[in-house]
Design a protein around this ligand. Sequence first.
Ligand SMILES: Cc1cc2nc3c(=O)[nH]c(=O)nc-3n(C[C@H](O)[C@H](O)[C@H](O)COP(=O)(O)O)c2cc1C
Length: 312
Amino acid sequence: MSLAVQLAGLRLKNPLIAASGTFGYGVEYEGILDLSRLGGIVSKGLYLEPRDGCAVPRIVETPSGLLNAIGLQGVGIRAFVRDVLPRLDGYDTAVIVNVCGDTVEEYAEVARIAEAPGVDALEINISCPNVKKGGMAFGGDPRMTHEVVAAVRKATRLPVIPKLSPNVADVTVFARVCEEAGADALSCINTLLGLAVDVERRMPRLAFGTGGLSGPAIRPVAVRMAWQAARAVRIPVIGIGGIASAEDALEFLIAGCRAVQIGTANFVDPGVYSRILAGLEDYLRRHGRESINDVVGSLRFPDAEETGGGGC
Ligand SMILES: Cc1cc2nc3c(=O)[nH]c(=O)nc-3n(C[C@H](O)[C@H](O)[C@H](O)COP(=O)(O)O)c2cc1C
C-alpha cells in the first residue's frame, strides 16, 4: 500500500504537509514528533526583514474555529536560510518556504534568497488577511495575482505554489490566473476574513480588529473551493482548511486534491499526523485500494450537472 504522491515535480512520501504559521519553522516540533514522518513542512511566512507582527491579543477561539491576526511575525528569509535550514537538513521531509512581500519586487527577492540547498518548493502567500499591504490585497486582484506569481516564477527554478484566498467571489478565476502565470501547484485555502466582538467593551476581540478564521468551522467552505479549483486547472491542488482526522483529509483528496495541509489541528494535537496516516491506510485497506492516488478526484455526484448551487 502506498501513500506517496507526486506534486509539482516533488515526490512526497505521504500527502500530509504542515501548514504555514501553525508549525513554526518545523524545528519547534522536533522533540514532539518525528518530522521525517511528514510529507512536508511549510515554514511560517517570511519577508526580507524580520517582523514583529500585530499587537496582542492575536488569537481568539470561536465555535469550532480560531480567529488569528498574527500579522506575519517572522525572522526574515536570510535568518531562516542561515540558522533554521541547516537544522532541517537531517529530516526526510519536503521543506516549503512560505514567501511574503509588501511589493512584487520583495516577493521576487525573497524567492531568490529562498532558493537555497534544502528548500524543495516555494508557497506564495498572496492571501494573508492580517496585513495592511501585500497578502490578500494581491490575492484578491487577478492582475496583481498574475504579476506576483509571474515575478516569483522568473526569480526561481523551484516549484512555485501560490496560496489562494477564500475571500473572493470566484476562486476559479484566481486558480486559472496562477496557472497561466507559471504556477506548478496551488494551495487552497488560507483563512476566511472574520470579526469577533467583545460586547462588554464594544471593541474587536483582536487588537488588529479583523482576523483570519481557521479550523473545522471552515472545512466545508475549503473543500468546496479546493474542489472548484481542482476542476478549473491542470496543475495539482493542495487542500487546506479544518483538517483534524483521516476522514477530513479524505474529503479533500476525494474532491480532487493531490495532498493536504494541516494547520490549526497542530495546536490541539501534534499527534494528528500519526492518527491521519493510520486512518488513510485503514481506508485504503477497507476499500481494496493500493495507492492513495486511486482515491484522488474520485468524487461522484448524483447528477453530474447539479454542481453549482444549493442552500436556499
Ligand atoms: C496562527 C496562524 C498563523 C498562520 N500563518 C500563516 C502564514 O504565515 N502564512 C500563510 O500562508 N498562512 C498562514 N496561516 C493559514 C494556514 O496555513 C491555513 O491556510 C489556515 O489556517 C487553514 O487551515 P486550518 O483550518 O487547518 O488551520 C496561519 C493560520 C493560523 C491559524
